[in-house]
Design a binder for this molecule. Sequence first.
Ligand SMILES: [Zn+2]
Length: 338
Amino acid sequence: MRLPPIQRFESNTGVRIYRIPAEAFPNFIVYAYVLLGAGVPTLVDTGSGYGNSNEQILAGIRSLKSDFNEPITEKDIKRILISHGYIDHFGGVAFMVEQTGAEVGVHEIDRRVLTNYEERVIVATKDLRVYLERAGVSDSLLPKVIEMYGYSKKHVNSVQVSINLTEETAIDGMTFIHTPGHCPGQVCIRIGDVLLAADHILARTTPHQSPESITRYTGLGHYLESLQKVARLDGICLSLGGHEEPITNVYERINGIRASHQRKLDRVINAIKAAEKPITISDISKRMYPDIHGYDVLLALEEVGAHVEYLYEHGYLAVCNLDEVERENNPALQFGLV
Ligand SMILES: [Zn+2]
């Protein structure tokens, strides 16, 4: 597919920000950013490492010299900051460290994803299986969903991490806002009036949510709090995402994302009402998304689960099969309205 062009932005603090596209997965574009003027030349995110992603990011960095007259090559990149520990953003990190010799930074909650990736995949897969059983996914579908989850997770090499992105420490004019929800260690990077929002806030898509019962610090409750955190920041004039277009009014976009989640919460309640009996997360997912296939089935089960969990935590839902839950190993939870 044709990549979007490299784009140049500038913060009101004089940092040049170059947006570099890569095809993370077939027909799925991710952006990395090169920051010049914020201390040493810095790369934010590294693409997926899958397909041509590595070469595309490398070519993008090299083109800054020829197309934008910036006196740098990849060897000048001394710092790689990872916005969050999802593969489309850090899968290329080992390759980029090899090319640049740069130090790597990430929020400490996602650190082990980068330093011990195999552990992360194995533990996360087990937690996902427990969740899917509890969500009522059938024995025939479950292995397929688990297999889909494992797809594209085999090629990643672990790296050392030496920089901890915390809210307490500003680095060369950059501040870090921990915004857990979409991913546990998700950080937004503020550079003057520009926010690198990664996947916390996207221009068109409501960022994917997954229940906290699978991975701590995800879940809709954390996510909505993290949206509030960004809404309280003054003076953001431009928000640049890990995907999709730049956002000029991030505050309006936050309101749009909140409204989208409210509609989904209402749809979950309506699905349970329509069933006229307690139902599982898998049942709710089928009612809300009857026509989906492949990987979308897993995404829907996670998205619906995050909303069911939020409603349950806030006292709108009850678990209606307590006898069975007490008696059996890991039965599906049947949810009803309170
Ligand atoms: Zn992403």
